[in-house]
Design a protein around this ligand. Structure first.
Ligand SMILES: C[S@@+](CC[C@H](N)C(=O)[O-])C[C@H]1O[C@@H](n2cnc3c(N)ncnc32)[C@H](O)[C@@H]1O
Length: 263
């Protein structure tokens, strides 16, 4: 289950890649935009500030996220709508001008095939813009995988992401070029300086609770004491890998960006 409040704890840090991604989309007046895996919708609604005439749809498989998104005042304008739906079964409508997927495709197995098929199917002039994390080999993920595989937890935790969750920028770019798109591909490592808060967990643990730790929490849902112990053990490891300096923790985070325009 996704928790919109926990996810939005680091709202600024999580928003920046969305703006960096959209800055490279050159569409002047898209009439129809779809934001796949729109989450709580706070970023989706910014699309209507840039393109006020566009009809914007946000789609997410989490009912909790869509409930939170649908409560946004922008929905009353009739230009922005949110619905529950799965990226896996979604197909681009004929009239779509811009497809956005910010930090969602890493959760969708086989999404490289989906991207190829979307890029092949859309009409000339359509834009595709997506961003995925490229940090699955970072200490945060490695420590999570190591702990999950340790004798106490082995076989009890499902659904963790690993390096196989995403591909390299050049691999996505090759697919999109082959589908007849002009492509802009890049990667960035952000250095998030996460403040240490009194009475709050280590900031990297707090960050991971919004995303990477969700499968652990779900796997241990019927044993809250085990979940608390797992969290504590991970926190000890993260504190060593990401030490506090000057009341902040430096958390490098690599992300992969692709913008394609069907030529
Ligand atoms: C890390 S959040 C990103 C949310 C938003 N795009 C943002 O940038 O703030 C990932 C979102 O993808 C959604 N998601 C995961 N798998 C999905 C799928 N197969 N279909 C639709 N949404 C999915 C989750 O429910 C979650 O809201």
């Amino acid at each position: 289950m996704w928790d919109p409040q926990v996810y939005q704890l680091y709202r600024d840090e999580r928003s920046r890649p969305f703006y960096d991604l959209l800055a490279r989309v050159g569409s002047h007046a898209p009439a129809h935009i779809v934001d796949l895996g729109c989450g709580p919708g706070n970023l989706t609604v910014t699309l209507s500030q840039r393109w006020p005439e566009a009809r914007i749809e946000g789609l997410d498989s989490s009912a909790e996220m869509i409930e939170s998104a649908a409560a946004r005042p922008e929905v009353r304008s009739g230009k922005v709508a949110f619905a529950v739906g799965d990226v896996l079964t979604w197909r681009p409508p004929e009239d779509v001008d811009l497809i956005v997927g910010n930090a969602v495709l890493q959760w969708v197995p086989g999404h490289r095939d989906l991207l190829r098929s979307w890029a092949g199917a859309v009409r000339t002039g359509t834009w595709l813009a997506f961003q995925v994390p490229g940090n699955f080999e970072a200490p945060s993920h490695q420590l999570l995988r190591e702990l999950s595989a340790s004798p106490e937890w082995a076989g009890r935790i499902d659904g963790l992401r690993d390096g196989g969750a995403v591909w390299e920028p050049a691999e996505y770019a090759g697919d999109l070029l082959a589908a007849g798109c002009d492509v802009d591909a890049w990667e960035t490592t952000y250095l998030h300086l996460l403040p240490v808060r009194p009475d709050a967990p280590h900031p990297v643990l707090a960050w991971m609770e919004g995303t990477a730790l969700r499968p652990v929490k779900a796997s241990l849902a019927d044993r809250p004491a085990d979940w608390a112990r797992f969290r504590e053990q991970l926190q000890d490891r993260l504190a060593k890998a990401y030490p506090v300096r000057q009341e902040v923790v430096a958390f490098p985070f690599r992300r992969i960006f692709l913008v394609a325009h069907k030529a």
